[in-house]
Design a protein around this ligand. Structure first.
Ligand code: NI
Length: 148
């Protein structure tokens, strides 16, 4: 591999054994790749705690379309926050339940507020915000409008 710095890591045998078992169960064939992923995860977690960080991700909604005015409320809320929504996918799961996936972008704070607002609508069973990545300035085109 080009452009890498080798580092030595000292570990207690017990810890290393547990690590090896864990990475084998995850399908890793090299410790280095597993450690690289752990470091990336840790750094991402840190960055993704910053409420002002622009992010791209998804909000997965599960709702019962028969409850009250859930459909109207979901539509109104999404229109109010249209600058955060790039696209949506709707799947009719069964007789009553719908799943909707929103591809969203905006600051972590705004997206969390958005997900909470959707969750608080009666009839919404689940509103799960999942972060995919910090967004960089050249990703502004992914939304119907630029970030707020
Ligand atoms: Ni549906």
């Amino acid at each position: 591999m080009d452009n890498v710095t080798r580092i030595g890591v000292s570990l207690e045998p017990d810890l290393l054994k547990k690590f090896d078992v864990s990475l084998e169960s995850k399908g890793y064939t090299s410790r280095s790749e597993a450690i690289r992923d752990l470091i990336r995860d840790a750094l991402a977690e840190e960055e993704w705690k910053n409420p002002d960080q622009f992010m791209v991700g998804t909000i997965t909604l599960l709702y019962d379309h028969d409850v009250g005015s859930v459909k109207e409320k979901l539509t109104t809320t999404q229109h109010e926050r249209h600058h955060h929504v790039s696209t949506t996918v709707h799947v009719h799961l069964d007789q009553n339940r719908c799943m909707e996936i929103l591809l969203v972008s905006g600051t972590l704070k705004d997206l969390q507020e958005f997900a909470n607002e959707l969750m608080s609508i009666r009839g919404v069973l689940r509103a799960k915000l999942t972060m995919a990545s910090p967004a960089s300035s050249h990703m502004h085109h992914i939304g119907p409008r630029h970030f707020k």
